[in-house]
Write a protein that binds this ligand. Structure first.
Ligand SMILES: Cc1cc2nc3c(=O)[nH]c(=O)nc-3n(C[C@H](O)[C@H](O)[C@H](O)COP(=O)(O)O)c2cc1C
Length: 326
């Protein structure tokens, strides 16, 4: 049984990956996507998306981080993958799931699910450019563009192209992020390919994880937004402990507070002051779904756009980066 932390562009950046992988154990995390178009990217483009490349391809907690590439030109994808592997990422992942209109207009992400032959060409070219015995190659796909009719064909095209693992976000591009995730489709795909398949989509609780495993029939699950809403979800899944509705989990909140402070310090250090507050609010907004204590904190930082004022607000509430456990 493996648990993966999903790539989430604009949300699970290095700062959040660091915190989430420290609070719950993941077998692997996937970076946000590196957009590949018409050039071989410079080192800084890869390190910007995955600073973990400077740390042996791992988060500080030691979780291996795969770097995700997104693009449709097989040769460009291959040349960028060949460059990327120089820095020994924990793996290279190909994105065939992004539904963003801008990305899709440039023939990236989920729109390629209408072209299994392109999926195959990209996977095969990247595979050929990566050294044997080097970092593994994987891919992440949705079920299709408008409907899942070609989902199995797409999965087989990728597997035939030489990927070693496939994550299936069990929704179409048209579904966007609307529940439900169609986990039984993961089962159909897993039956049709010989590589390990990982189920993804709509796992928010331990009970969801149990249903996802039984409906998809696969052992391994990738957690996305559920891991951000509840940073202890993967831990609780491992313990197979059922989270009880209404449980304030005071101990968990106490453990989370110094990590929120560390996250804020990290974001403050990396981003311009005008961008930093948004990142903290974004996470607190999600945390408040699970932690009543986060609601109060969210409400107090929500109207504040000045990073220094947020520093002061947090310190006044005893939330200070120095409080982080070593
Ligand atoms: C804010 C956000 C950004 C995302 N960025 C990426 C990305 O860069 N690459 C990718 O393959 N999937 C991306 N996804 C999709 C997630 O990895 C995941 O497949 C999806 O959220 C479904 O899982 P969940 O229901 O557990 O959140 C993103 C999702 C969200 C919500």
């Amino acid at each position: 049984m493996k648990l993966y932390l999903a790539p989430m562009e604009g949300l699970a950046d290095e700062s959040l990956r660091r915190v989430l992988t420290a609070l719950s154990r993941y077998d692997l995390a996937v970076s946000e996507f590196v957009r590949v178009s018409t050039t071989v990217l410079p080192q800084r483009a890869f390190f910007r998306i995955s600073p973990e490349l400077g740390n042996g391809g791992r988060t500080r907690a030691g979780t291996p981080v795969q770097v995700q590439l997104m693009g449709s030109d097989p040769q460009m994808m291959a040349r960028n993958a060949a460059r990327l592997v120089q820095w020994s990422p924990a793996g290279v992942d190909l994105n065939f799931g992004c539904p963003a209109p801008l990305v899709n207009r440039h023939r990236g992400g989920a729109v390629l699910l209408d072209e299994p032959e392109t999926l195959h060409a990209v996977a095969a070219a990247v595979r050929a450019a990566m050294p044997l015995g080097g970092p593994p190659l994987s891919a992440k796909m949705r079920l299709g563009v408008k409907d899942p009719r070609r989902a199995v064909e797409c999965a087989q095209a990728l597997a035939d192209g030489g990927i070693e693992r496939l994550v299936v976000h069990a929704r179409t591009k048209l579904d966007g992020y609307r529940p439900p995730a169609h986990w039984p489709w993961v089962a159909r795909i897993a039956e049709a390919v010989r590589i390990p398949v990982v189920a993804n989509g709509e796992v928010w609780t331990v009970a969801d994880w149990q249903r996802c495993r039984s409906e998809s029939g696969v052992a391994d699950v990738m957690l996305g937004r559920g891991a951000v809403v509840d940073p202890f979800l993967a831990r609780d899944i491992r313990a197979a402990r059922q989270w009880e509705a209404g449980d304030p989990r005071a101990g968990d909140w106490a453990a989370l507070v110094p990590e929120i402070a560390a996250f804020w310090a990290d974001v403050r250090g990396r981003l311009a002051p005008r961008h930093a507050p948004g990142r903290l609010k974004q996470w607190l907004n999600l945390l408040r779904r699970r932690f009543a204590q986060a609601e109060a904190l969210y409400q107090c930082v929500r109207p504040v756009n000045d990073a220094r004022q947020i520093d002061a607000l947090l310190v006044a509430r005893g939330i200070h980066p120095a409080a982080r456990a070593a």
